[in-house]
Design a binder for this molecule. Structure first.
Ligand code: 2M8
Length: 445
């Protein structure tokens, strides 16, 4: 697909999208952020390798540099823990401790037993988008050897999440830190976090790096950041153990997006299993079980979308956030629930155009167009939603969303996130997953 594509007529400025320019810009961002054996999300704000970023990035990279796509996943899984967890950050030993906080000294994870001694990681996880990434890279640049290497590792990742992290006992994975959701500062966590003290004195001991390299009002508040640090320190001080989480840890929550991606990973693994000669059946069964449990436990018929469930209190959050729409990616979702999510996504609370879906309900009194995951538009969740629309037969909505994303990035650049009222780019510029997913969207005309 080359040339100029007419954007949706409802496009903000009715500007045609310059596809060639967009492609060149995205490719140049990915060239600039490649670090030898992995991609950094951003040179300034995020100078290491992040887990779910690597998955989104490799999906787009497959179209232009498939060797790097496979390499990115391999680098990440080389740092997998013996218990199967895939760490949310793999630290680059060449980057100074002061260039990202909290860095390896804070997390204090010993070298992996039997692994390369220079590898340092965090001890928390992020959503498992990697099986999907492996399946998608293979579709563009088949490499059965890479798939065979990854398959047992992807299975171990799922087993960790579905066994060690089933703190609620219902068959869903719990997260122990908002950072594990990837939607770090989402209002989804407000109720659970409100039960924890916000002792900002913890920040006297540490220097926040994010507010030195980004605009403070676009980042989490000090009160939230203090809670993040206290929670991470608590999990670390318990040796990153997952038994008795409800007694030992202050934040144990089931997220609809995290669990939808876990079920989606089982579906991708079923396809990978067929290629590598393993049994796809158990993967399909697990995907169906997770989907059904999510419907029973996380769906609220009154709001028409999914909500996070606080396992410690047994309460569902009332906040309407983008993670509540994400189960649309599951093909096994009952038709009427898929229809409810599709209607909610297109409603005035979210909306598919002229700008893509924001991270939080536009009509909520605390909707914040600038602060990180509390309103702004993010490309990765919209890319997932587009897939969901497509998978459930909503072809027009899928195309509307695709156009809205391309138009936004063409107009504003490959930013980390975007103001949902003006479309202005915010957060860090030259952000890898925005660039990578644009490359994938360009292939989906
Ligand atoms: C953001 O999270 C990191 C912590 O993991 C941070 O704020 O420092 C989130 O947007 C997360 O989803 C993303 O993976 C990460 C790197 O892009 O940045």
């Amino acid at each position: 697909m080359r040339g100029v594509e007419q954007a949706s007529t409802e496009d903000h400025d009715h500007q045609p999208i310059d596809l060639d320019r967009l492609r060149r810009t995205a490719e140049s961002v990915l060239r600039g952020n490649w670090s030898g054996d992995h991609m950094v999300p951003s040179r300034t704000l995020y100078p290491h390798q992040w887990s779910w970023d690597a998955a989104f990035i490799s999906i787009g990279l497959a179209h232009v540099a498939p060797d790097r796509a496979w390499r990115d996943l391999r680098s990440l899984f080389t740092a997998q823990w013996p218990d199967g967890r895939v760490p949310h950050i793999v630290f680059d030993p060449g980057v100074s401790e002061k260039d990202y906080f909290p860095g390896p000294a804070f997390w204090d994870v010993p070298p992996l037993p039997g692994g390369p001694s220079h590898i340092r990681t965090t001890g928390i996880v992020q959503p498992p988008v990697h099986a999907l990434a492996a399946r998608m890279i293979h579709a563009v640049a088949p490499d059965a050897e890479e798939l065979r290497w990854l398959y047992p590792r992807l299975v171990a990742q799922q087993e960790y999440l579905l066994k060690q992290r089933d703190a609620g006992g219902a068959g869903l994975a719990s997260i122990v830190h908002p950072w594990e959701s990837g939607l770090d500062n989402s209002p989804s966590w407000d109720d659970a976090l409100a039960q924890l003290p916000a002792d900002v004195r913890v920040l006297d001991r540490y220097q926040r790096r994010d507010v030195q390299v980004s605009v403070a009002t676009h980042r989490p508040t000090n009160a939230d950041y203090a809670r993040y640090i206290a929670l991470a320190a608590s999990y670390r001080d318990n040796g990153y153990q997952d038994f008795d989480l409800l007694d030992r840890h202050g934040f144990v929550v089931e997220c609809p997006a995290f669990n939808a991606l876990t079920a989606d990973a089982e579906l991708a693994l079923a396809e990978i299993a067929q290629i590598v000669g393993a049994d796809p059946g158990p993967h399909r069964e697990r995907a169906a079980e997770i989907t059904q449990t999510m419907v029973e436990r996380l769906f609220d018929p009154e709001t028409g979308l999914f909500h996070t469930f606080d396992v410690r209190t047994g309460r569902r959050s009332k906040a309407r956030c983008v993670n509540g729409l994400m189960p649309l990616i599951l093909p096994g979702l009952p038709t009427e629930i898929a229809a409810s999510l599709a209607a909610e996504a297109a409603s005035e609370r979210f909306g598919l155009r002229p700008l893509p879906v924001p991270s939080y309900d536009r009509t909520a009194p605390d909707f914040d167009p600038l602060r990180y995951w509390r309103g702004p538009v993010w490309i990765n969740v919209n890319w997932l939603l587009r897939r969901g629309f497509d998978g459930h037969g909503y072809a027009a909505e899928a195309e509307t969303l695709r156009q809205a994303m391309l138009s936004l990035v063409d107009r504003s650049g490959c930013f980390e996130y975007f103001d949902p009222t003006t479309g202005a780019g915010i957060g860090t510029p030259e952000f890898s997953w925005t660039a990578a997913l644009v490359l994938d969207l360009l292939e989906r005309a």
